[in-house]
Ligand binder design. Structure first.
Ligand code: ACM
Ligand code: ZN
Length: 480
């Protein structure tokens, strides 16, 4: 079974897979907790909530697949270690039809992942129909070509999800016990937003939707009050679509060159007694966060947003890149919470030669940089699908699967998970589950490439990129 349950006790006897199932809600169990008791006469399924019950059914389905001739009698007591077990899909770099997203969601639900971090805005595209700011989807969703790597194209590219499609995806997630966590990446990664509404940048100059990969200088102006009014109205518009508790506001890779040259931003720093441009970013995140918190949300940011040292501890920080000057630890020491998703154990856009299935499984959810409070402050994990180099559903699927399943087990079992070899053996037996969903999974030989194959994959990946873009991003990163 994947993820492997907390406690399994085998009993005497065999039950027919067609044996009747009795379902009951048990208020003494936690929301995500369930128990299964299999006896020769019947299968008893208890859940702490609708979600707990549906997890029990998922486990039972896997058991039926594993033991199609007869189910061993057993008692399962199960609940997750981490409450936040997330998967991420970037629909900004490349747009994927709603059906592809639903297919991924259904597959994720089989492994009890419970948060869908939906990256709907970035330099290269805005992807959701906006009632309040229609230029976002009219202008911000279309770009003049695709030059992310050497598979370039000059054709116009675009796409956005209608509000109806978004509602359908949110409803599907709700049915499967998954909360959608939308991400509007701010204050950087905003070229698509500024292409539609350039007045919210520092310079009010024309910006085009990005067609290349990398880190760009465009940024929302932190000095003009209108920027915050715009953000709040935009969030209001989105909160109508996304009823979940968490809301991701980005905060990664925001170079400060425009802020440094902007009189509005400099004035803001003076008025707010901010000592660095990182603190100005902290101010921006805090203002957006306090608006979200006033609407009952829990904001989430990428970990660069703690670099200023002034981030509100109520904001959850997603650790993906190295911490700076112990700022992450300091945030947690103030009571902040973290999601752990460091690149080399969580990013599925890289070839398996860079991030193998074993690497995914061996994510350290208690990294030393989180300090002593790390243990209590980690709420969960995330596996990520960035799509700069992913242009179709089949490629997305083979990059994500089975790596997302490894992440699901890490999040569910926590630090004391079964050894990797057991995980892989179980996975081999559950391959029909992927067939059932029509998922194009990476073949087992590709899960953990040998060093030579890995080196060749990494070399091919690096060679596919434009060296000038890699260099420019490296330079931009120095100013974050
Ligand atoms: C990120 O990968 N830029 C969060
Ligand atoms: Zn400015």
């Amino acid at each position: 079974m994947l993820p492997y349950p907390k406690k399994v006790t085998y009993l005497e006897g065999i039950a027919s897979p067609a044996c009747p199932v009795e379902e009951t809600m048990n208020a003494s169990l936690e929301t995500e907790e369930y128990h299964i008791h299999i006896s020769p006469e019947k299968i008893l399924l208890e859940g702490g909530s609708k979600t707990g019950l549906s997890y029990g059914k998922t486990t039972l389905e896997q058991l039926k697949l594993l033991y199609s001739q007869g189910l061993p009698c057993m008692e399962i007591q199960d609940k997750p270690f981490y409450p936040y077990r997330s998967f991420h899909i970037d629909c900004a770099r490349h747009f994927f039809p709603a059906e592809q997203i639903k297919k991924m969601i259904r597959m994720c639900a089989e492994f009890k992942l419970n948060h869908f971090h939906w990256h709907i805005s970035d330099d290269q595209g805005w992807r959701v129909e906006s009632l309040r700011f229609p230029r976002l989807h009219e202008i911000g969703s279309v770009r003049e070509g695709d030059h992310f790597d050497k598979c370039s194209s000059e054709e116009l590219q675009g796409g956005y999800y209608t509000r109806r499609e978004v509602k359908e995806i949110v409803a599907l997630c709700e049915e499967l016990g998954i909360e959608v966590v939308p991400e509007v990446d701010m204050p950087g990664h905003v070229m698509a937003i500024l292409a539609a509404y350039p007045q919210y940048g520092c310079e009010n100059r024309e910006v085009k939707v990005g067609t290349r990969s990398g880190i760009f200088q465009e940024i929302l102006c932190a000095g003009k009050e209108e920027t915050f009014t715009f953000i709040e109205e935009l969030l209001d518009d989105l909160m109508e679509l996304f009823p979940g508790r968490y809301f991701h506001i980005g905060g990664d890779e925001a170079p400060k060159s425009h802020w440094k040259a902007c009189p509005h931003c400099r004035k803001r720093m003076e008025e707010e007694h901010l000592e660095s441009f990182q603190q100005l970013q902290g101010y921006v995140e805090n203002r957006i966060s306090s608006y979200l918190i006033s609407r009952g949300k829990i904001p989430v940011v990428w970990n660069e947003a703690v670099y200023g040292g002034n981030l509100d501890p109520a904001v959850v920080v997603q650790l993906w890149i190295d911490d700076r000057d112990g700022m992450m630890k300091a945030h947690l020491d103030k009571g902040g919470k973290a999601v752990v998703s460091n690149v080399m154990n969580s990013y599925c856009d890289y070839p398996y030669g860079s991030v193998s299935l074993r690497n995914m499984y061996e994510l350290n959810t208690r990294p030393a940089e989180l300090g002593e409070r790390g243990e209590d402050s980690v709420i969960g994990t995330e596996c990520l699908m960035w799509t700069e180099h992913v242009r179709d559903g089949a490629r997305m699927e083979e990059l994500c699967w089975p790596r997302f399943a490894a992440s699901a087990q890490v999040g569910w079992c926590g630090p004391d998970r079964p050894p990797y070899e057991e995980f892989e053996q179980c996975l081999m037996k559950l391959l029909p589950l992927f067939e059932r969903h029509g998922i194009h999974i990476m073949e087992p030989e590709g899960w953990n490439p040998d060093p030579e194959t890995a080196a060749a994959q990494i070399a091919a990946f690096n060679a596919s990129m434009f060296p000038e873009d890699v260099e420019a991003s490296g330079k931009a990163a120095e100013d974050i």
